[in-house]
Design a protein around this ligand. Sequence first.
Ligand SMILES: Cc1cc2nc3c(=O)[nH]c(=O)nc-3n(C[C@H](O)[C@H](O)[C@H](O)COP(=O)(O)OP(=O)(O)OC[C@H]3O[C@@H](n4cnc5c(N)ncnc54)[C@H](O)[C@@H]3O)c2cc1C
Length: 437
Amino acid sequence: MNNNVDAIIIGAGVIGACTAYELTKLGYRTLSVDKLPQAGYGSTSGSCAIIRTYYSTIESCALAYEGWHHWKSWAKYLGNMVSGADLVEYHNTGCLVAKTTLNNHLQKVCAVMDKLGCPYEHVSNDEINRYLPGVDKRLYYPAKTIDDDAFGKPTGGELSGSVFFPNGGYVSDPMQSAVNVQVAAESLGAIFKFNSTITRIVIKQDRVAGVELSDGSVVSAPVVINVGGPHSSVINKMAGVSDNMLMSTRALRHEVAHVDAPESFNNVKRIITSDSDVQVYTRPSSANGKGFLIGSEDPQCDVREWVDDPDRFNADFSAQWKTLVMRLAQRIPDLSIPDTARGVVALYDVTEDWMPIYDKSDLPGFFMACGTSGNQYKNAPVAGKIMAKLVQTTDAGHDHDSEPVQFHLENIDFTVSLDAYSRNRTINEDSSFSVIG
Ligand SMILES: Cc1cc2nc3c(=O)[nH]c(=O)nc-3n(C[C@H](O)[C@H](O)[C@H](O)COP(=O)(O)OP(=O)(O)OC[C@H]3O[C@@H](n4cnc5c(N)ncnc54)[C@H](O)[C@@H]3O)c2cc1C
């Protein structure tokens, strides 16, 4: 193996691959190591790959809007180094978000969109049928578990309309998107090594010096970046940096249900939906729109299934699956509840405030892009650029902790102070504390 690299990236998920690609563009010789057999095989493969611009904070909305520009021009982002059938498709369906008391009727989100110049339009209750035929507009909040006698009983009143965000959609194949980035990075000289587990972070003279692999071999490098997804806390512990961080990361088990859409949806333009009244989000299952992917918006009543060992978790569907389908059926009464569960069981990597950590650490040369909290697939190209800039400025002697790096988002002409993603930030109370971020 090439033992002469400038940076080792732990993980070749979509964010790890983008980090390798962006560092390579800056001239770094990178080695990406992943214990799985191909890029994107980890939590990226389970992603719903929804691209949306609405979050709870301006920094998050800005990153997401910048990210949307890259998905929209995916071949260009890849430097036109991938083409034809290998390229994933981005379907710009738009996203319909219900106005509810939980999201303050989207007033704050719309004000942020105005600041960022990100388009949206208000949709009245009468117009919702255009997107969701036969929709039940009654309120059901708060969400309940299906064994609660009050489940499915309206709680009074109706939705106060919705907002449609035209710049949003989903990517056809999240795993393949990571492969696309790997190919682009390799064409610039990046090296990827699969089926290889990192078991130790090598530290010499109080700074990172490389990694040790499970076969006992050591690869030296002055920079190591933890992009281990749900394994990020294990890797931070290996590096001995966890105890000096205010934020932490934890793996959280989540299910996504795949179901057929009712026939009434056959001739309807299929979109992404987010409904914090019944507390589920949906996306069309495929380009021809024959079904729904249904995910949870993490209501208070649901017990959170934290996972201590990300290599060992229950990969079978549980009551969570049926709960998701029945929650959506409150809004779409024609939805059938299948007998057989289909979908995904996977792990998020969650921080205290459900915002990611894109940062250096107290161990010189050791960086992390983690805590992506079920909502950072869309930001992978931007996260890759952020990590490359953090490594480059730190190499140049800059101390990001005392003077946070300012990161300019070129497509939307907006600058974000990267202390928003610090490992030592205080909990961002503006967060939704859910996958919405
Ligand atoms: C069910 C689900 C739905 C989601 N839906 C969306 C969505 O709709 N929109 C959105 O924006 N985001 C979504 N997300 C979040 C998004 O998918 C993730 O934030 C993103 O894929 C994380 O990418 P990553 O590269 O950081 O991690 P991963 O894809 O998990 O990659 C980490 C890699 O590190 C490797 N690794 C770990 N430890 C080691 C080690 N010791 N040695 C070698 N390799 C190691 C693993 O094998 C893995 O391949 C969802 C996530 C899930 C789970």
